[in-house]
Design a protein around this ligand. Sequence first.
Ligand SMILES: [Zn+2]
Length: 332
Amino acid sequence: MKTVYYIILLLNIFAMAACSNQGEAATTSMPSSTPEVEATELHAFDADSAYSYVKAQVDMGPRVPGTEAHDRCAKYLAQKLEEFGADSIIMQQGTVTAFDGTKLPITNISARFNSAKPDAKSIVLLAHYDTRPWADEDPDPDNRNTPIDGANDGASGVGVLLEVARQIGLERPGVNVEIFFTDAEDYGSSDGMSEDSWCLGTQYYLDSNPYSDGAPAYGVLLDMVGGKGATFYREQFSELYAKPINDKVWAQAKRAGLSSRFVDRIGGAITDDHLHFIKSRIPVIDIIEMNNVATGSFPPYWHTLGDNMDNIDRGTLGDVGSVVTNLIYSEK
Ligand SMILES: [Zn+2]
């Protein structure tokens, strides 16, 4: 991903509708009201385990669609999901056409973990596992055609969700959970004009009508969730189209004492996989690092060769994983 927009006009309209104090509402980062959640015990999440899953992916090399490392990673992810007790795993294979005409062989991976309850609602948790084929933001022009490790942009979200899946395997929550590892998210054009050139795997998946047996009640996308010092703000499309889910997530963060990591304010608007779910009328939010202290936006190593294990922090993975895990176990 992609573009960070600041939809000031749109947000002001939204903020004024949502807030009784219109003077205070006329900013892009109004504080949001976060509901209290039941103070039950926090569920375990093992950050070291998540870190090991991130490293395992990075150790395979860049996971660019069409490469051997990519296919090896797809098999590894399916094997882990099977090991954690998924009730079904679908490896959806297909071909998509990139913005430059390249035909990309893709594999989307969907694993379902059913709860014991027959009519339980479903929640989808997703992350992309492919990595960008070019370090096109690298400060050194000689590096800009080199594929990136994608430790944060790719492997981090997947690593957290693998550990969430492991926890679900140990103790089923009260809801059905789909873990969706999507492909070809990061093969997009950086010309700023071709937003649909990103998220090709998710577009392919949703076009295939995967929810004929009932759509998920909501979903959470994780993207760039392992950076040192990362902060997460309420992403704007999420806030506009799936605000109750943002409210739930930020309430879990507050309950876990993570309000400095999950800042309860509105950040930028980002083109990412969640937008395609929203277009399919499934409310999905995006938890993604933004407002980095060095850049005011994504971290400085985004789409550079610096997106490697040196910039991954167990603490960030653990905080995000803890919030998502507790969200799942708080659902009845
Ligand atoms: Zn990216």
